[in-house]
Design a protein around this ligand. Structure first.
Ligand code: Q0Z
Length: 312
């Protein structure tokens, strides 16, 4: 089942284009990933079934691999949800995380391993990335000599604005910035190495951190296609902007229309929805090495078993 605008009898404390956060109590939040999808910053009218579950399952996978880095996840068990949301178990299964409420840092911890997007734009202008001098004659999408930390803040426009490491330190405090930056580098290195062995390049990714009990804690979704650029390794061609693993199918279809990339978006046909869904499932399975169906069984609990029975 898809979740358009999920209604829960809890206070919504934040909502983004494709996800929502509700308050459980003073210490805990309910983080929910919807099946909404955006392209060129516009949210489509149709949803990609299970997309939110794929992103939640991927985040869970990376958090397990990042064992020693403190993170906000408390539980993904339906039985730990507050009683008031029981009627929504079926739509929530597999797409929620009960998380520790942190004091969030207003800085995005971005790590880039490849020269694309705003990093490529800065390099073309100045020969630098985050102010750091780079070798000459690099091409778009080239692998960087070493991953680079390019912090950003949410500007009033809602778009990200790159800032220097020094400014990031002034905003969150030097020691906290360094701790989060070092976690971000470690996470990126781990994930990039791991994904490369499975045919996926993690070109860049964005982490969010908060504070709890004096500690820097990893929050939000982690190393998903919505927070990262994933490229199929076989389609990486330096000198071009490679296709994103998840959305290229959708973008290719959109680019054949004469849509001006302003709302309202065009209506997505069933085959574009299904093709995009398959890309998300494939990303999940390539990255985790396990079947998405198994994830649904594990997270859906009795709900899933009941559905399987009722379909046969
Ligand atoms: C994250 C965001 C989203 C819009 C608040 N563990 C946490 N504790 C306190 N606050 C947050 C978290 Cl994850 C928190 N965001 C970013 C997420 C929709 C904005 F789902 N906002």
């Amino acid at each position: 089942m898809s979740v358009a605008a999920l209604e829960l009898p809890l206070r919504k404390i934040a909502s983004g284009k494709v996800r929502e956060i509700f308050e459980i109590d003073d210490e805990r939040l309910l983080f929910v990933a919807s099946d909404r999808i955006s392209a060129y910053d516009v949210v489509m009218n149709e949803q990609i079934p299970d997309k939110g579950r794929v992103l939640t399952g991927m985040t869970e996978h990376w958090l397990k691999l990042a064992g020693e880095i403190p993170n906000h996840l408390l539980s993904m068990s339906l039985s730990d949800l507050p009683d008031e949301v029981r009627p929504s178990w079926e739509e929530l299964a597999g797409r929620f995380m009960i998380v520790r409420r942190l004091n969030m840092m207003p800085v995005e911890f971005v790590v880039r391993g490849y020269l694309v997007g705003s990093g490529w734009a800065e390099y073309k202008r100045n020969g630098t990335i985050a102010g750091l001098k780079l070798p000459e004659r690099l091409r778009e999408a080239d692998k960087l000599p070493a991953p680079v930390f390019t912090p950003a803040t949410k500007a009033v426009t809602g778009h990200d604005e790159n800032i220097s490491e020094e400014t990031a330190g002034e905003i969150v405090g030097e020691a906290r910035m360094r701790a989060a930056r070092d976690y971000a580098f470690a996470l990126y290195e781990m994930a990039a190495t791991y994904a490369e062995q499975r045919g996926i390049i993690v070109a860049d990714t964005k982490f969010e951190f908060g504070m709890w009990d004096g500690e820097v804690v990893l929050a939000d979704e982690v190393l998903t296609p919505d927070s990262s650029r994933f490229w199929p390794a076989g389609e990486w061609r330096p000198g071009t902007n490679p296709p994103s693993f998840d959305k290229q199918y959708l973008r290719d279809w959109l680019s054949g229309l004469d849509w001006n990339k302003e709302p309202p978006p065009p209506t997505l046909p069933a085959d574009v929805i299904e093709g995009t869904r398959r890309r998300y499932l494939e990303a999940y399975e390539r990255i985790t090495g396990s079947s998405f169906h198994e994830y649904l069984k594990r997270q859906g609990g009795a709900t899933f078993a009941q559905n399987e029975t009722s379909q046969s």
